[in-house]
Design a binder for this molecule. Structure first.
Ligand SMILES: [Zn+2]
Length: 281
């Protein structure tokens, strides 16, 4: 089933498994079980969360029992307050980041200036109330839902929602199909290893926090992107380049293969992040 509601599109991936795609913004997931609903990511501000809930109600009138935060970033988790009767689930580091960095993240986003700044000021940041360290298996409506932590990557608290019987995984912002993620809160070298462990999960399709639904080979490319960024930055450091020159060198080296990806202009931010990580080591 594919329905279009405003700018969002609901795609059914398996019986009761839906991706809610929002082009140019943030995707979410909706799982409908026998006696409840599970939502993956509460989105950026309360009004977005309420629109998401409206879409849930088009699919099911069952209570929303769980909200899973793929990680703590504002555009994924700042709608949590709209789910007061649901259990908010996240990685233990996601909770810690929201507690320690949530306010700074909010100020950062407001300072960058965007159309949600005013509503962002009103957000009551609600970290996950149920956390786990490495893995949590939910048996939800006759389906297995594995919440898996595979190491630091886009943040220190990224989880994957793996549906082993459906061949689907929700990847949050760790990997996109043909898109460069935001990297300024990332752990660049760990990210490559986390991507490799993600590749080891059995699945065919993935729903990313941004961009289209991808198939597994696109994840291999996403990993190669990170590996090229990090190895290019390491080489620039060895050559004694400063961070600006490193950004130029890595951009030149990666332009041909990855220049057409969404958000390619973020590459220099990622090189800066990797550069500082390497210089500290
Ligand atoms: Zn993010």
């Amino acid at each position: 089933m594919t329905t279009t509601t405003g700018q969002t599109e609901i795609v059914e991936l398996a019986d009761g498994v839906f991706a809610r795609m929002h082009e140019g913004l943030t995707n979410a997931g909706i799982l409908v079980g026998d006696d409840g609903v599970l939502v993956i990511d509460s989105l950026r501000v309360p009004s977005f969360a309420r629109d998401l809930i409206k879409d849930v109600r088009r699919l099911s009138d069952k209570p929303i029992r769980y909200v899973i935060d793929t990680h703590g970033h504002w555009d994924h988790a700042f709608g949590n307050q709209e789910f007061p009767d649901s259990i908010i689930v996240g990685h233990v580091n996601c909770r810690r980041e929201l507690e320690e960095l949530g306010e700074a993240w909010r100020e950062n986003v407001i300072a960058r200036g965007n159309e949600w700044a005013e509503e962002l000021r009103t957000v009551d940041i609600r970290p996950p109330s149920l956390t786990f360290d490495s893995r949590l298996e939910l048996h939800f409506g006759g389906r297995r839902v594995d919440l898996v932590y595979l190491g630091r990557a886009h943040t220190s608290g990224d989880l994957f929602v793996h549906l082993p019987d459906d061949g689907v995984v929700f990847t949050g912002d760790v990997a996109q199909d043909g898109g460069v993620p935001y990297m300024l809160d990332g752990y660049m070298r760990d990210w490559i290893e986390t991507d490799a462990r993600l590749m080891d999960l059995p699945f065919e399709r993935f729903v990313s926090g941004h961009g289209p639904i991808g198939e597994k080979p696109a994840l291999a490319e996403a990993r190669e992107f990170m590996a090229a960024l990090v190895s290019g930055t390491e080489e620039a450091v060895r050559d004694g380049k400063d961070v600006a020159a490193a950004g130029e060198a890595v951009t030149a080296a990666m332009q041909e293969r990855f220049g057409g990806w969404r958000g390619f202009a973020r590459l220099t931010e990622g090189v800066g992040r990797a550069y500082r990580e390497i210089a500290r080591a």
